[in-house]
Write a protein that binds this ligand. Structure first.
Ligand SMILES: [Zn+2]
Ligand SMILES: [Zn+2]
Length: 159
């Protein structure tokens, strides 16, 4: 990937000034939302090491079998878009933060992942703790479809 390209997390910033800073280890994310975005970008770039390094140690999947399972599931999945729905940051001193997002991905068909992720700050570093999967977001019939096709929902996945 050309680092001059726009970041996959849809921040409209260039990769090298956005999640590229975190994936390359140049900077640590200062907010849970930044970590969430960078983990989404790591999924897009199939960066298993970054995903494991930013997962809470207790939940981490760092044995070889689980690594392979992650890598394998990545092979068959393309990530198509990220929408941050709620990333209320709380106070700077907060050690726990939640980010609600909806990501669009494709396996055999286009699907959405609507999740509320929980993050924890340990020794100045945000880590992903766990996520609660929420029901799919359903737009109004005349609103844009959740999949990012640009079509109205009723003419797309709402048909
Ligand atoms: Zn980014
Ligand atoms: Zn659609």
């Amino acid at each position: 990937m050309n680092t001059n390209q726009l970041c996959p997390c849809q921040s409209r910033k260039k990769y090298q000034y956005c999640c590229g800073l975190y994936l390359s280890g140049k900077k640590l994310p200062t907010t849970a939302e930044q970590l969430m975005r960078s983990r989404y970008t790591a999924f897009c770039r199939k960066d298993v090491d970054y995903l494991i390094a930013t997962h809470h140690p207790d939940k981490r999947t760092d044995n070889e079998q689980k690594r392979l399972a992650i890598a394998n599931s990545m092979k068959n999945t393309s990530w198509l878009g990220l929408n941050i729905i709620d990333a209320s940051q709380g106070k700077k001193t907060d050690k726990i933060a939640y980010v609600e997002f909806m990501a669009v991905f494709q396996t055999d068909k286009i699907q959405q992942l609507h999740e509320r992720s929980k993050f924890i700050k340990i020794a100045g570093k945000w880590l992903y703790l766990e996520g609660e999967v929420l029901p799919d977001l359903i737009p109004k019939r005349n609103d844009d479809c959740w999949c990012g096709s640009g079509k109205k929902y009723k003419k797309c996945h709402g048909e």
